[in-house]
Structure formats: C-alpha cells, structure tokens
Write a protein that binds this ligand. Structure first.
Ligand SMILES: NC(=O)c1ccc[n+]([C@@H]2O[C@H](COP(=O)([O-])OP(=O)(O)OC[C@H]3O[C@@H](n4cnc5c(N)ncnc54)[C@H](OP(=O)(O)O)[C@@H]3O)[C@@H](O)[C@H]2O)c1
Length: 281
C-alpha cells in the first residue's frame, strides 16, 4: 500500500532526495520547506501526489498548520522525516550564545515541534514511522563542531527514549546517522561558523574551515541513495533503531563503539566500586 510521507527541509539536500525517492516509489509526499516554491519547482507535474507546504520548523504554530493541511489532503501520515537542520560549526568558545540558541531552535526544538504535531495523528492510526536525522556527529565528537554535535546527541537521546514511549502505539523510530553527504551542508548557504575571534583557536579553526570549504560538494555520500535507503527502511517490517549512512559513518561509529567498550572495561573495577554495600546484619 502506498504511504504518506511528511518531510521537513525538503527544499534541497537530503530532504529533497527523500521526497524524490518516495515519489518514485509511488508514495504521496507532503514536502515542507521554508520556501515551498522551491519544492514545487523541483518536482513539476507531481501535484497529484505532492503537497508542498510552508514550514519553518522553529515556528511551532506552523508545524500544527502543516500537519492539519497534510491530514486534510491525504487523510493520514505514515512516515515523518525530521530532516531540517544545519551545522553551527566553530570551537565552542568561538560561537556566540545567540547562535547556540539558533542551532538548538532548529536541530532540536524544531524537531520537537514537528514531532509534537505529528504524534497524535500516528497514535490515532496506531501506526507510523519516524526518521530523525542525527549524524555521525551524534555518536562521536568532532573538534570544531561541539555545538552541532551536542544537538545531534540530543536528537539521539530523545529518539531512543521516544521509541520506547511510542512502541505500544505501533510507532517505530529510526535515528539516521549520515557521514558526509554531498549537499549544501558545508556550503555558505547553510553552514555557519563561530563569529568570535580568539587567537588561541585561530590556527586550528582556520585549517578546519579551509578543509571543509575544500570538501564542500565533494563529499562521498550520495543523497539520492540515502533517499532510496529511507524508502527501503520505511518498508522494512523491523526497522532498525539506528541506521548509519555511508562508509565513513560505518567505520567511524564502529571505531567509536569499540573504543567506548574498551574504556568501560579498563575502568570496570572503579566503576563497580561506587555502590553502597549494605551490611549483612
Ligand atoms: N550532508 C551531510 O554531510 C550531513 C551529515 C550528517 C547529518 N546531516 C543532517 O541532514 C539534515 C539535512 O542536511 P543536508 O545535508 O540536506 O543540508 P542542506 O543541503 O543544507 O539542507 C538543509 C535543509 O534544511 C532546511 N532548513 C534549515 N533550517 C530550517 C528551518 N528552520 N525550517 C525548515 N527547514 C530548514 C533547509 O531549508 P532552506 O533551503 O530554507 O535553507 C534545507 O532544506 C540536517 O539535519 C543535517 O544536520 C547532514
């Protein structure tokens, strides 16, 4: 049976490619974006199965209005893709407090806003799939990305817990952990760098930014293939809780998990030493 998708940040990048893959699979797509005209221009002639809606995820009221419009048009929402996001890069001390609020407003509170509006629909249906875009940076830290990684770690902890809360209603949550994908993510139209200049950080920050500028639009990950992978996962009887996308994510996450387990073992006796030992009497 064809599905109804609700995708945030569908104007470009991964979100647009997920929309393309879902349409190609014969599904119906509610593709939301700050500028829905961009979505309509990307998918001409798809008006029967495509609803392009205006949605800035930082505006809570817009989430509810978009969800209401989606249900009015297609009657249900089977798959939510919380994709909208951007990278606030720079060392922690280089990033201003307002920029951190802005980063959380989109990557974390924006994702909460949309999920809060969609969950009642999925609970009524007693069915639904949610894909939350985290990152390889939601499983391991990267120097020069402390603020961004912290938002993706928030997405991970939230999603893992939400999955436990909504499983009884037939709702399944999958955390998507891409490595580097060839989108506008590192492009000046999306990424933001720290605005404070602190001499100590200048050499490392300048080198990192030059490397990212060089890598922009050369990343190994293909967003069209990721779009098709999400279509496969949406149709899987037992979707994974976490899905790593790309060989860089696979290798990076595996190495991080191994190192974490080794560290846990190395400190096992000190970890186990902190329990209160009740006296036998
Ligand atoms: N590409 C990567 O290497 C990579 C790796 C790991 C994780 N990710 C994650 O994947 C997701 C998509 O990124 P991408 O690579 O596709 O980047 P992108 O090409 O820069 O696209 C980002 C999308 O998010 C939208 N967006 C940003 N703020 C928004 C807001 N407040 N409300 C609604 N939409 C908003 C953008 O809309 P506008 O067109 O209006 O700006 C755009 O459609 C993000 O969550 C990102 O953190 C990406």
């Amino acid at each position: 049976m064809s599905k109804v998708w609700f995708i945030t940040g569908a104007s470009r990048g991964i979100g647009r490619e997920v929309a393309r893959a879902a349409l190609a699979a014969g599904d119906m797509v509610v593709a939301t974006a700050r500028n829905p005209q961009q979505v309509e221009a990307a998918f001409p002639g798809e008006a029967d199965r495509l609803l392009a809606l205006s949605l800035d995820v930082t505006e809570e009221g817009q989430s509810q209005a978009a969800v209401d419009a989606a249900v009015a048009r297609f009657g249900r929402i089977d798959v939510l893709v919380n994709n909208a996001g951007f990278g606030q890069l720079g060392a922690f001390e280089e990033v201003g407090a307002e920029d951190i609020v802005r980063q959380y407003g989109t990557n974390v509170f924006g994702l909460f806003n949309v999920t809060r509006a969609v969950l009642p629909v999925m609970r009524r249906q007693r069915a639904g799939r949610i894909f939350n875009l985290s990152s390889m940076g939601g499983t391991k830290g990267f120097a020069g990305a402390s603020v961004y990684c912290s938002t993706k770690y928030a997405v991970e902890g939230y999603s893992e817990s939400l999955a436990l809360e909504v499983a009884e209603f037939g709702i399944r949550v999958t955390i998507v952990e891409p490595g580097f994908f060839r989108t506008d993510f590192l492009d000046g139209s999306s990424v933001r760098y720290g605005s404070k200049v602190i001499e100590d950080y200048v050499p490392s920050s300048t080198a990192r930014r030059a490397a990212y500028d060089q890598y922009s639009h050369r990343q190994a990950g293909d967003p069209a293939k990721l779009g098709r992978a999400l279509v496969t996962l949406a149709g899987a009887a037992e979707p994974p809780l976490r899905y790593a996308a790309g060989t860089d994510a696979l290798e990076g996450i595996a190495a991080t998990l191994t190192a974490r387990l080794e560290e846990l073992e190395r400190w096992r006796s000190l970890s186990a030493s902190t329990d209160i030992v009740e006296s036998a009497a």
